[in-house]
Design a binder for this molecule. Structure first.
Ligand SMILES: *Cc1c(COP(=O)(O)O)cnc(C)c1O
Length: 417
């Protein structure tokens, strides 16, 4: 019994993908709660350091528990390798910094998770890395935005909280034409809705804190290398030593041996273990997240006090057709809806008893938040408009409770609006 066959189906890979049998016979990847790994001789340790022998050295660089989840995530996403990190933000920072250098430009969707927008717009601009934003529904804007400094195209698979769904295959075609890698944040769609490698993404990032962990017990991030991009390119001279030595694995090598090692945002073994436990049940949970969200969206859509509902599963969403095709008729667990105004949104949230009012998504529990006064409160009115954050908007991460109980909770709260 060695490494499990790569031809396994998706649901099976969630559980067995990339796994090899532990010497003890344990059916779980052990939690190796150790900072460093000892070798008997100076020669052995030198061999490991020089890459002549395989082995762990120090948990910032690698650890058997982290490696277990990395192999499984790579298998699940049909990638060639994965690196896990301490958080979704550190996965994005590490992956982006592995690609771009000072003077380079990122071409990014304007519909972004707040932390990523802040990283691109406020932080990286201080280090000579600029970002030009485009509307992800507009393929022409993407193509028109590419210039001689562009080194990365970045997009989210389902915009949070805008709920827009870009056509990833079409984006990939433009990226390929220009020889620029496409990095996709697939946190909201998860590998369950679609494998982004099939759609043409070159690098896939996740906040595992959300649906992959699934029960909101640890923060984490992942970077998956699809192995599809040719780094042997005049646009990427900084990849040359990595390409020479590691060929197809040049990106992962630059991440692991340079950027991740230096930035040091390594995952904790216990968190990696817990996220791996969550990954096993991703399909089951997502099936229920999707069906509960569809039911709640339909209920809200028909409710007289609800002004509008934004869910790609509804036929009136401008993204319905792209989402249906791209995600095989599944639409995820996130939706937004509008009430009369901000005061009505607050009264609604205060009237809920089951759903939790907090800043997270992807938990088993139903979660709500008023983004304009919380996670997006620092945005200027222009940025709020760009991100689709209005005062009357409530975001819902629909949980996996009995759908009737979620609906009852919402119906009661709506009575108080
Ligand atoms: C939460 C989230 C992140 C950031 O992940 P953390 O684990 O909170 O650092 C990035 N992208 C998306 C789409 C997210 O929802």
């Amino acid at each position: 019994m060695g490494v499990v066959d790569g031809k396994l189906r998706f649901d099976t890979k969630l559980i067995h993908g990339g796994s090899s049998r532990d010497a003890s016979g344990a059916t779980k990847t052990p939690i190796v709660q150790a900072s460093a790994f000892a070798y008997n001789t100076a020669e052995e340790l030198e061999d490991v350091f020089r890459g002549r022998a395989v082995g762990q050295v120090y948990t910032r660089i690698g650890n058997p528990t982290l490696e277990g989840l990395e192999k499984r995530l790579a298998a699940v996403e049909d990638g060639i390798a994965a690196v896990i990190t301490s958080s979704g933000m550190s996965a994005i920072t590490t992956a982006v910094m592995a690609v771009v250098r000072s003077g380079d430009e990122i071409l990014s969707s304007s519909s972004l998770f707040g932390g990523t927008y802040s990283l691109f717009h406020d932080t990286l601009s201080n280090y000579g890395i600029t970002t030009s934003f485009f509307d992800p529904v507009d393929l022409w804007a993407l193509e028109a935005g590419i210039n001689e400094r562009t080194r990365l195209i970045f997009v989210e698979t389902i915009g949070n909280p805008k709920m827009d769904v870009p056509d990833i295959a079409a984006f990939s075609a433009v990226a390929k034409k220009h020889g620029i890698p496409l990095m996709v944040d697939a946190t909201v769609s998860t590998p369950y809705l679609a494998r982004m490698r099939e759609l043409g993404a070159d690098i896939i990032v996740h906040s595992t804190s959300k649906y992959i962990n699934g029960t909101a017990n640890s923060i984490g991030g992942a970077i998956i290398d699809a192995g599809s991009f040719n780094w042997n390119s005049a646009l990427f001279p900084h990849f040359e030593p990595f390409y020479k030595k590691y060929r197809n694995f040049a990106f992962t090598a630059r991440v692991r041996k340079l950027i991740h090692k230096d930035f040091g945002a390594c995952a904790a073994p216990l968190n990696a273990f817990l996220s791996g436990e969550g990954l096993e049940t991703l399909s089951l949970r997502m099936e229920r997240h999707c069906s509960n969200a569809m039911k709640l969206a339909s209920f809200l859509h028909a409710h007289p006090k609800v002004a509008w509902v934004n869910y790609p599963g509804l036929a009136d969403s401008p993204f319905h057709n792209v989402a249906r095709r791209q995600f095989n008729g599944r639409f995820g667990g996130l939706l937004t809806f509008g009430l009369a105004d901000r005061a009505a949104a607050f009264r609604f949230i205060n009237g809920l008893t089951l759903a939790k009012n907090l800043a997270n998504i992807g938990d088993t529990k139903t979660l709500v938040i008023h983004p304009a006064s919380t996670i997006c409160a620092d945005y200027t009115p222009e940025v709020k408009a760009l991100m689709g954050v209005s005062e009357e908007l409530v975001r819902v991460s629909v949980g996996i409770e009995a759908p009737e109980d979620i609906q009852d909770d919402f119906a009661t709260a709506l009575e108080q609006v």
